[in-house]
Write a protein that binds this ligand. Structure first.
Ligand code: HSE
Length: 434
């Protein structure tokens, strides 16, 4: 049997402990798949004394992640510390500079420094496995990097955050408030340390930025992603969507357009009949449109310790076998082209609009007139009952438009607001068709 692959494991939180457990409890299975034993030789974490339910007596404890990353008795550095800065950043760079392969679940680090790290890996003849960084246990990185390599990809999109999908599902199915559902997601361990990263879309944006680079061969540009979270979604929106044949999901969408690459993370209406609408709870789903294969969709757990450990173990086995040969982002990092953003206002699609319209003669006619001026064709109109509060003079009206552009919608809504026909701000949600 070949020599063991020796692992330095940095970070022993829920995912790190699950990776350690998987590699030790299933060592025969992993050895068979890897073609040689895989042994954790060193670890590091913030607290040495914490009981994690794993036996660390046979491994070397390091207080400094950089020392572990460059230790002579480790071939691969597994980074499960998290965060886009230090200590993860410096430790990963140290490992790559020493020619060691890196396996990481750290989407924030790759979203911020992915191209620089890929260049460093390739300059040192090594690689970075990051299957666990995007959509937990779903093998979307391998799919984009290898399986659909013969395709020109036009769109990659999906549900990239388990916490948000769990919250939206619970709100819809149980009629619970956003806050109650978020608290439950945190209790179940799905949410990030700072849950605003989940609910405001930043976590999905990190993942989308990585997918976009892989799909389109562009440099990562997380800051250009148009971001809207789910904290403003109400029971009214969920019910109206359902009555109109849609469901609201937080989608990350990256699409090749004539003006550049469109990247957005926004609450999005998907038809109830679509596969994306049927993805419940903490599951993630990622769809890829390729010119040869058509649309494929992968579904699975996007968060949780064992699902993430599964992806980490898959990368380790690939490295042990010597089969992780493709460049980090599918093409050599030096060949990634600058990301050119699409004009968001040129985005074409259908839209859901919710307006609080004053209950007085001519209000509807004026709204229809403003829509017509922008050549916006309406697919359906639904008038909701007046809200319970007696002092509210407006009725909720929900409109679904046929295909139009974001510029036309925004122009019409601004004119409607200027006319004084509605109370407060209109709510606009994009519709994404499969
Ligand atoms: N907080 C993330 C989620 C975990 O809810 O999907 C995995 O990135």
């Amino acid at each position: 049997m070949s020599q063991a692959l020796r692992i330095g494991l940095a970070g022993l939180g829920t995912v790190g402990a699950a990776v350690f457990r998987l590699l030790s409890e299933k060592s025969d299975h992993v050895t068979a798949r890897a073609g040689r034993p895989v042994t954790v030789t060193g670890v590091c974490a913030r607290s040495r004394d914490r009981d994690r339910g794993i036996d660390l007596s046979a491994v070397t404890w390091h207080d400094d992640p950089v020392a572990l990353a460059t230790a002579d008795d480790a071939d691969v550095f597994v980074e499960l510390i998290g965060g886009d800065g230090d200590p993860a950043y410096t430790a990963v760079k140290a490992a790559l500079s020493a020619g060691k392969a890196v396996v990481t679940a750290n989407k924030a680090l790759l979203a911020a420094h992915g191209v620089e790290l890929a260049l460093l890996a390739e300059a040192n003849g090594t690689t970075i496995g990051y299957e666990a960084a995007v959509a937990g246990g779903i093998p979307i990185i391998k799919t984009l990097r290898e399986a659909v390599a013969g395709n020109r990809v036009s769109r990659v999109y999906g549900i990239l955050n388990g916490t948000c999908n769990y919250i939206l599902t619970q709100m819809e199915e149980e009629g619970l408030s956003f806050a109650d559902c978020l608290a439950e997601a945190q209790r179940l361990g799905y949410a990030e340390a700072d849950p605003t990263f989940d609910v405001e879309g930043n976590d999905s944006a990190h993942k989308l930025a990585i997918l976009s680079a892989l799909a389109f061969g562009t440099k990562i540009d997380t800051d250009s992603i148009h971001l809207e979270g789910i904290s403003s979604i109400t029971q009214d929106d969920l019910q109206a969507a359902d009555e109109l044949g849609f469901r609201i999901k937080l989608l990350g969408v990256a699409r090749r357009t004539e003006t550049g690459i469109e990247q957005r993370v926004t609450p999005t209406m998907v038809p109830l009949s679509s596969a994306m609408a049927g993805i419940p709870g903490v599951l993630n789903a990622v769809a890829v449109d390729g010119d040869e294969v058509g649309e494929i969709m992968l579904v699975g757990p996007g968060a949780g310790s064992t699902a993430t450990a599964s992806a980490v173990a898959g990368d380790i086995v690939d490295i042990a076998r010597g089969s992780m040969r493709a460049p980090v982002f599918g093409i050599p990092a030096a060949g990634l082209v600058d990301y050119k953003p699409a004009r968001m206002r040129a985005h074409e699609g259908g839209y859901y609009i919710r307006l609080a319209v004053y209950d007085r003669p001519g209000a509807f006619a004026a709204i229809a007139q403003r829509m017509a001026e922008q050549s916006i064709s309406l697919e359906s109109i639904m008038q909701k009952e007046k809200p319970d509060k007696q002092d509210i003079k407006a009725r909720h009206v929900v409109l679904i438009t046929h295909e139009t552009t974001e510029l036309q919608i925004r122009t019409a809504l601004q004119a409607i607001m200027d006319d004084g026909q509605i109370e407060g701000q209109p709510k606009m949600i994009r519709i994404e068709k499969p």
